[in-house]
Structure formats: C-alpha cells, structure tokens
Design a protein around this ligand. Structure first.
Ligand SMILES: [Zn+2]
Length: 285
C-alpha cells in the first residue's frame, strides 16, 4: 500500500465529535464525508448531512448528547454528490421544510445534477462505487483499510429533500439564525454544482470537497472534471489567506493562515496539473 494512503487511513480513524472553532463543530468518521454543525442564535445550521439517514441520525445523536438539543434551522448542501445530502431525512422532516421552519440551501443546478447522476445514471454509478470503494473486500489490513477521503461509504438509506433556495452567484450573502455566510460558487470542479462558504464572524472557510487531504481524479468514469476551473483563485478563494480555520466536508480541517493556504495550493496545483497531464489515479470521490 502507498505509505501516504496508509497514513491517511490511520488519521481517518480519529473519529467522533470535534470543535473546529467557536460555534463550528464536526462529526467525522461516521461516513465517507464529514457533517458540520454551525451554532446559530437559536439552533443549528447543518452542512452536508452525510450519505444515509442512519449515519446522519447517529451523528446527530452524538451532537445532541454533548451539545444539547437545539432545532435545526437550515441545511446546506455543498454539492450534488450523495455523500453530502443523502442523510437529510434523518435530520429534517419535509413538512418543516415546506412550512418554512427549515431552509435548505444549495448551489445553482444542484437538483439537475443530483438527479442526472444518481437517478438517470444511478445503476451504473452504484456499480462503479462498489468497485471503486472496494465495498465487498474484507475490512482488514489485507482488504479494505479505507477510502482515502474517509473511512468508507455508509450502507443504509439514501434520501433527498429539494433545496428551498439556490445560491446563484459568488459573493451572495445570507444571514440565518444570526450567522452570516458568504458563498463562492465553484461549478465544474469537484462536482458540476458546488460551492464554498465563508463565515466572517468565525473567520472560517468551509471548502466543501474542493480541498481535501487526498488527490482527486480529473478523468473520472462519471465524466471529466475541469482542471482549469478547479485550480487557482477561482476555487481556492483568496479569503483563505485570512482565515483562521478551514473546515471541510471531507478529511480534517486546517488551521491558521499557512494551513489554509497550503492545503488549498496543494489541492489545486496537484489536481489541476499532475492529474490532468500525466496520470489517471483511482478516484477518491
Ligand atoms: Zn464530492
């Protein structure tokens, strides 16, 4: 096994509930992706509710146990891949979304791409995921030791509730439950519909899956990603140079100016340059 992947697998085993910075928490290791909780004045803003109802419920129970019972006032989907929205019905009742008690925010084009990938191409995508993630290998040192990006895809029920509001341009701002958010659209990068979110009150930049501790593939079986759109300031916001914390929807966060900038630079440069010109690697998402 590649030593870096072995190291990554060991780090991914550090799981549980983490405080990233003031009013920003994450549950890691319950699914392939992380779920992030932002503490509002009254309730929670939940970012990326994992792949399955079961894993989302388990993560929420952990949050409730340690941080108290607060209502979920909004859910934000960073992008159109199911490990970032599939657990939503484990957290939110659709009736509350329809009545306006819970808002669901996503980047423009989210529904079209989510349906295209997981319904129209759903069977092929499921087979691809089974091979790509080695889902039927034994879980041991000779079989499956992890998926790079996270421990593994959870098995369970995948769900979806349509967004109530789309983010349509970079710089768009929202204030929900006393929390200010500034969005940066990053279409045709890691996903065809994706966005980063900046929290100026907490000096925190949520980089979605645009910056991780792994090397994403550009030439994927589900369609090529745009290396040129992924790299540089178009995706790795210049705001990251002034952030204190960089929580992400996969892998671990980085802190401090250097951490945020280094991760961003490494991800964009390696994804856009190395992969697109020389190699086709095992896809990590
Ligand atoms: Zn993704």
């Amino acid at each position: 096994m590649n030593p870096s992947l072995w190291r990554q697998a060991q780090l991914n085993m550090i799981y549980g509930l983490f405080k990233v910075t003031e009013r920003v928490y994450q549950v890691r290791g319950f699914d392939l992706a992380n779920i992030t909780y932002i503490k509002g004045d009254r309730g929670w803003i939940v970012m990326d509710p994992l792949l399955t109802i079961e894993s989302a419920k388990a993560a929420h129970a952990l949050v409730k146990q340690h941080l108290g019972d607060r209502p979920i006032v909004a859910v934000i989907y960073s992008h159109s891949h199911p490990d970032h929205y599939g657990g939503v019905r484990g957290l939110v009742d659709e009736a509350d979304v329809r009545s306006g008690r819970v808002r669901i925010i996503a980047p423009e084009g989210f529904m079209a791409h989510a349906v295209s990938e997981m319904v129209l191409a759903g069977s092929a995508m499921a087979r691809r995921a089974a091979y790509m993630y080695g889902m039927f290998l034994p879980r041991d040192a000779q079989g499956n030791v992890g998926s790079g990006l996270g421990i593994a895809n959870a098995t369970g029920t995948v769900s979806l509730i349509a967004p109530t509001q789309s983010i349509t341009k970079t710089g768009q701002e929202l204030v929900i439950d006393g929390v200010k958010m500034v969005f940066q659209l990053t279409p045709d990068t890691e996903a065809p519909a994706e966005m980063n979110t900046y929290f100026p009150q907490f000096k925190a930049m949520w980089m979605a899956e645009n910056a991780t501790h792994t090397l994403h593939n550009i030439q994927t079986l589900r369609g090529p990603r745009s290396a040129t759109r992924w790299r540089g300031p178009s995706t790795c916001s210049r705001r990251s140079s002034c952030t204190a914390t960089g929580p992400r929807s996969s892998s671990r966060p980085t802190t401090g100016r250097c951490g945020a900038r280094r991760t961003c630079a490494t991800t964009s440069r390696s994804s856009a340059t190395s992969t697109s010109t020389s190699t086709i690697n095992r896809c990590t998402c």
